[in-house]
Ligand binder design. Sequence first.
Ligand code: FER
Length: 295
Amino acid sequence: MKKILSVLSALTLGVLLCQAQPGGMGMGGFQRPQVDNVNFDPYVPAPAGFDAERAGIPRGTLETVEYKSTTVGTVRKATVYLPPKYDAAKKYPVLYLLHGIGGDEREWLQGVPNVILDNLIADGKAEPMIIVMPNGRAQENDRAEGNVYAGFQAFANFEYDLIKDLIPFIEGRYSVVADKFHRAVAGLSMGGGQSLNFGLAHMDVFAYVGGFSSAPNTNTPEVLVPDPEKTKAENTLLWMVCGSKDNLMYNSARLKVYCDEKGVPCTLIEYPDGVHDFVVWKYGLYNFAQLIFKK
Ligand code: FER
């Protein structure tokens, strides 16, 4: 019996150590601090039908584009939403919208971003904008295959693909305003972590940053906001949402607590009974899209 127990505990330790590998973070179950006394922002439900196709309003379009990535050394795909009546004689802002660990450039389509934006734009609640949904796994084989948790580094590498390859491609192909006040970055889970990491590290590139159910790839608050005065001066919007029942909440909660302490404006909404799914992420997009490009 004793022997069985010690074999079992060795196995458990082995599993824990294995999980501790990628970037010192977890593939599951460790380094998940309980964060107390979080001053959540009020949850206001989205109106019924916000994500339902509405008759009689102009619709945007979806297309797939391919761009050369000097970072990865391959041709990579992104899905692009163009707002209703896209007109190359006008100039648009761009939201870069990033997927999760099991997804690719098509994952966000499950959240009907085109429908949500068509409705918001028809109601005058969001600026007409382009949404670019890239593949955030910046490696040669960027399909969500095999052990997707082994791809943490590829999600980190995407920082360079995004800034050096994708943004210049988008700004060459579409009619956009190429400044930080017309660029936003937001994402779900791993994409939320990427958005916080890249957006706050490149405040000269993005003025608006959103993290929905951000994953353990999210940097610690001290790394995300090393100079609170600079973030206060240079970031226009730092906005987060996470489900109350999502065990990744600590990634968002500890940033919210830190920002509150340092006086850095930051929103975190706790979605009631929310789990790690598109109910929360659609709500995130619905709200975030109304707050950006208003400066
Ligand atoms: C984790 C590491 C990454 C984890 C989740 C993720 C559940 C990412 C999830 C996603 O992108 O959906 O330890 O724990």
